[in-house]
Write a protein that binds this ligand. Structure first.
Ligand SMILES: Nc1nc2c(c(=O)[nH]1)N[C@H]1C(S)=C(S)[C@@H](COP(=O)(O)O)O[C@H]1N2
Ligand SMILES: [Mo]
Length: 383
């Protein structure tokens, strides 16, 4: 693996790498259940996974990124914890963890990616968490289908949405509690689930112990952590986090020209295909020889069909070999070999998903810094 020293050594030669190195936040090992993470903010925790940790398609729990809007409890008693299901239902429920675990078990491997992943790379720059690419992770989630829980409560005719909230609380009483909603049909699609385990272990506190929502194919703003309340609604949710935050321009690709005022918006929803070279660091100096270039790709809301790799800034492409398929919502490993010429080189990987969507070469822009999906570049020097 290539170290930070390599990055710094090459930084003087590469303006892009220098800009990145200058703004790189520190690494930390100070958080419970977490190994080395990039510290974006201490309270509430904002921790990013270093790109080099994405070699395997499963992201280990102790490297999985962390994002909270509000402070959250650091100790939860699983014996007294209850999940409340109410609102527009015939039988409100107050479920213990034991009762929940008696429902049929469901498992899925799925990528959890922040809407603003890679925001630090937008140009013009955007305020908000300055994530590079590590506000994402892929895990095997274990729990129950949301449908099975909703069916026990019995949504009444006229139910339109289902709203989710967790144990975290705003710092001031007038600030909006974090709540997200899904359409009833989406909530009942048999894939949306309530998870109590990731990668075979209880959820880490920082990732939402004891329960979180998993919404395969959708950005993680909907993946409500420390889930303790599910509310069936008979009208569309107009709370701050649905009506004001996490909106994208209502254009085909969620893009708008910087500076545009008064444009139609829609809530962010499904993810787009992406690929990341993770075995070579930005700014690396590499020997002039055939070089393995590999990493992880995701299809967004459908599987990874194909990944191509370029060693010459996109002038030519070669098919990468895909690793095992862990399902359409999972990361998929890709590997290729680049035969370089001497000097600076732009390495690229491009994913095509099963729906035929190909990563574009040029970037989109929107004021939230959401939905980044263009082909990414790793600048290296072959010498
Ligand atoms: N209860 C609660 N759930 C939440 C959030 C939150 O602030 N509170 N943030 C959401 C956002 S924006 C992200 S990116 C993911 C992060 O999930 P992770 O911390 O497990 O990686 O949690 C989502 N679920
Ligand atoms: Mo997020």
């Amino acid at each position: 693996m290539l170290s930070r020293r390599h990055l710094l050594a090459a930084a003087t030669a590469l303006p892009a790498a220098r800009a990145l190195a200058a703004s790189t936040p520190p690494l930390t090992r100070a958080f419970p259940g977490k190994a080395e993470m990039i510290l974006q903010r201490t309270t509430p925790a904002l921790l990013e996974t270093p790109l080099s940790a994405f070699q395997d398609i499963i992201t280990p729990n102790d490297r999985f990124f962390v994002r909270w809007h509000w402070p959250f409890p650091t100790e939860i008693d699983p014996a007294t914890f209850r999940l409340r299901v109410d609102g527009h239902v015939t039988r409100p429920l107050d479920l213990s963890l034991a009762a929940l675990k008696r429902l049929p078990r469901f498992e899925i491997t799925a990528v959890n990616q922040c809407s603003g992943n890679s925001r630090a790379l937008f140009s013009p720059r955007i305020a908000g968490a300055q994530w590079t690419h590590g506000a994402m992770g892929n895990a095997r989630w274990t729990g129950v289908r949301l449908r099975d829980v909703l069916d026990r409560a019995g949504a009444k005719p006229g139910a339109v949405q289902v709203r989710f909230s967790g144990l975290d609380e705003p710092v001031t009483p007038d600030a909006p509690d974090f709540r997200k909603s899904l359409a009833v049909d989406h909530a009942r699609n048999g894939e949306v689930m309530i998870a109590w385990a990731m990668n075979g272990e209880a959820l880490p506190i920082l990732n939402g112990f004891p329960l979180r929502l998993v919404v395969p194919g959708w950005f993680s703003t909907y993946w409500v952590k420390m889930l303790d309340h599910i509310e069936v609604l008979d009208k569309p949710d107009d709370n701050y986090w649905m009506a004001k935050a996490y909106l994208v321009p209502d254009t085909l690709d969620g893009s708008i020209a910087p500076g545009t005022k008064d444009f139609a918006k829609r809530p962010i929803s499904t993810m787009v295909p992406r690929a990341f070279i993770t075995n070579v660091a930005e700014g690396a100096r590499l020997p002039l020889a055939p070089t393995p270039v590999g990493g992880i790709a995701m299809g967004g809301d459908s599987g990874v069909a194909r990944v191509e790799v370029s060693g010459d800034g996109g002038a030519s492409w070669a098919e990468a070999k895909l690793g095992p398929d862990a399902g359409k919502y999972s990361f998929r490993r890709f590997d290729a070999v680049v035969t370089p010429t001497r000097g600076a080189a732009a390495l690229m990987a491009r994913c095509t998903n099963a729906a035929g969507k190909v990563q574009p070469m040029t970037g989109i822009w929107n004021p939230g810094g959401y939905l980044r999906g263009q082909v990414e570049t790793t600048n290296v020097i072959f010498a």
